[in-house]
Design a binder for this molecule. Structure first.
Ligand SMILES: [Zn+2]
Length: 211
């Protein structure tokens, strides 16, 4: 396939993805510039953008980045909006929600699990909805601290619980292959709202349920 054909395919994918939004011509132009920049980056790193393995890399990188940032094109809160009324004032916990995100400082992946607990007032939501919401905030250029806060705020805003808490454990590739090179380092962040902010016993209960 010729370079022109490959470019055409990428452009078509962009139109499929952004076609209904204004400014698609600009997106296509910027994408072409970006693919050229990836070729430059390969050269700066001392390799040959024309060699077989790297020839199609600019297209693949662009496609991958569009996937990494899918969350930018949705409002993750809306996943939670299908709520059920219940009478339950105990703690509800969803553990080990896997996510993949992208560190906004280095454009390197970070990934791990989110654990979410809340104590409802009247509304609860489905577990799969919570997982989708996490995905929506993860799939964008992120830092782990903001991700934690966005998740807990979404729970708090939509479900209006007595309180909510999130713990995220993640591995950052930008700490593995470069810089300090700590490949086992795990970053843990927490965010709390409502009764979880006020009551240390609840935070303890959360942590003990994590085991
Ligand atoms: Zn980083």
């Amino acid at each position: 396939m010729s370079t022109t054909d490959k470019k055409r395919i990428i452009v078509q994918q962009l139109i499929d993805r952004f076609g209904n939004e204004p400014g698609i011509e600009k997106v296509v132009q910027k994408s072409e510039n970006y693919m050229e920049a990836i070729r430059d980056l390969i050269e700066i790193c001392g390799d040959d953008p024309n060699r077989e393995g790297l020839e199609e890399t600019p297209y693949r990188v662009l496609k991958a980045f569009l996937e990494y940032t899918e969350g930018n094109r949705e409002d993750p809160k809306q996943h939670l909006e299908k709520v059920f009324a219940v009478e339950h004032d105990g703690l509800i916990m969803v553990k080990d929600i896997e996510f993949h995100s992208m560190c906004e400082h280095h454009f390197a992946p970070f990934f791990g699990v989110a654990h979410i607990a809340y104590i409802p007032s009247e509304k609860i939501t489905g577990l799969s909805k919570i997982a989708r919401m996490v995905d929506g905030y993860a799939k964008r250029f992120q830092v782990q601290e903001r991700l934690s806060n966005q998740i807990v705020d979404a729970m708090n805003d939509v479900l209006q619980p007595q309180g909510a808490m999130v713990v995220i454990e993640a591995k950052h590739m930008c700490m593995c292959g470069r810089g300090v090179k700590k490949s086992d380092a795990m970053t843990v962040t927490t965010a709390t709202r409502g009764v979880f902010s006020k009551n240390p016993d609840l935070r303890k209960e959360f942590m003990s349920l994590l085991g």
